[in-house]
Design a protein around this ligand. Structure first.
Ligand code: PMP
Length: 330
């Protein structure tokens, strides 16, 4: 019989798939690492597992303990599925701007979700930062992973994502492109690839316009999960050779094309990273191998990026240039 003992064993070892259509006119090989195939549906399963393992080793998380984290999305799902198997309780704290769907996903996995008002200052005791700190202090046996400061986050990518990329490309990867949120992916996988290749692999971060990584001030943007208005401890500034700035519009246009032209229904930060990868690949040599990491799937964005009205409301649809639909012909 061939089976896995539990879903946590399915984390990692995601495949590489060649991008065939959005790469028209580009000679270099462009490969995408498909992280939505992790059991929780995103790259964050990797860090959830590593952060929990290290907390257990350090005695920070003990039998019957509670994981408390301010998260509304992928990290929460990863933590929830690792926690189930090991018998921990999960309490996630999120601002009320987070969609009901996202809260429901976390509750479906058995987590408790505490919703806080968005319209208060970060220092207000009701803000989700302060509420999560208070819960972590007051709940007995509570542990807060803090993905922005926890070095197990980049370490998980140094130990899994990086070696997978090197082995899957048989050492032929020349460029690695990933979006930067906590910076864990780019810092961990990037460091591994630099070390194993003797510095030959070029590491390129993709960042939304407005974020600090590409020289912005924290101006708002709509791509989720990437970009910051502060410098997290999990981001190692010595790894990236280059940061490519990508607009919301370019990110969402390519996200939609990845679904229609490559059969990859992925999230907005994937379109952003892929846009940066196409820019890099268009200046690369024909025998270069550009690998882009796509962090999550697109189901969580159906009412936004994949919804024409939402796209039009923000001016992201080139109105008038849409392809005719069947209804237009009737
Ligand atoms: N995309 C999405 C959807 C994410 O949730 C994250 C993590 N915040 C990233 C990209 C960026 O990954 P990292 O935190 O490792 O920089």
């Amino acid at each position: 019989m061939r089976y896995y003992d539990n879903v946590v064993e399915l984390i990692g070892n995601t495949p590489l798939v060649k991008l065939r259509n959005v790469t028209a006119g580009i000679q270099a090989l462009v490969l995408a690492k498909i992280e939505y195939l992790n059991p929780g549906g995103s790259v964050k399963d990797r860090i959830a597992l590593k952060m929990v393992e290290e907390a257990e080793k350090a005695g920070l998380l003990q039998a019957g303990g509670t994981i408390v984290e301010p998260t509304s999305g992928n990290t929460g799902v990863g933590l929830a599925l690792v926690a189930q198997l090991r018998g921990y309780r999960c309490v996630f704290v999120c601002p009320d701007k987070v969609s009901q769907d996202k809260q429901d996903v976390l509750r479906a996995y058995g987590a408790e979700v505490v919703v806080c008002p968005t319209a208060v200052a970060p220092e207000d005791p009701r803000s989700y930062y302060n509420v999560s700190d208070r819960l972590a202090r007051e709940i007995p046996g509570a542990w807060k992973p803090n993905q922005y400061a926890n070095l197990a986050n980049p370490r998980s990518h140094y130990e899994t994502t990086g070696p997978e990329l090197w082995e899957q490309t048989e050492g032929r990867i020349t460029h690695f492109v990933a979006g930067v949120g906590t910076g864990g992916t780019i810092s961990g996988a990037g460091r591994y690839l630099k070390e194993v290749s003797g510095g030959a692999v070029r590491v390129i971060g993709a960042d939304p316009e407005g974020s600090v990584y590409s020289g912005g001030t924290g101006r708002p943007y709509l791509v989720e999960g990437v970009g910051e208005d502060f410098w997290p401890e999990t981001y190692d500034r010595t790894i990236c050779d280059e940061i490519v700035k990508v607009s919301d519009k370019a990110s969402f246009d390519l996200t939609r094309r990845l679904a229609r032209e490559e059969g990859l229904l992925v999230g907005g930060s994937c379109g952003m990273a892929a846009q940066a990868a196409l820019e890099v690949a268009s200046r690369a040599k024909p025998d270069d191998v550009v690998v882009v990491l796509l962090p999550d799937g697109g189901r969580g964005y159906l009412s936004k990026i994949f919804n024409d009205e939402w796209m039009a409301r923000y001016g992201f649809l080139d109105t008038g240039n849409e392809e005719p639909t069947v209804l237009d012909a009737l």
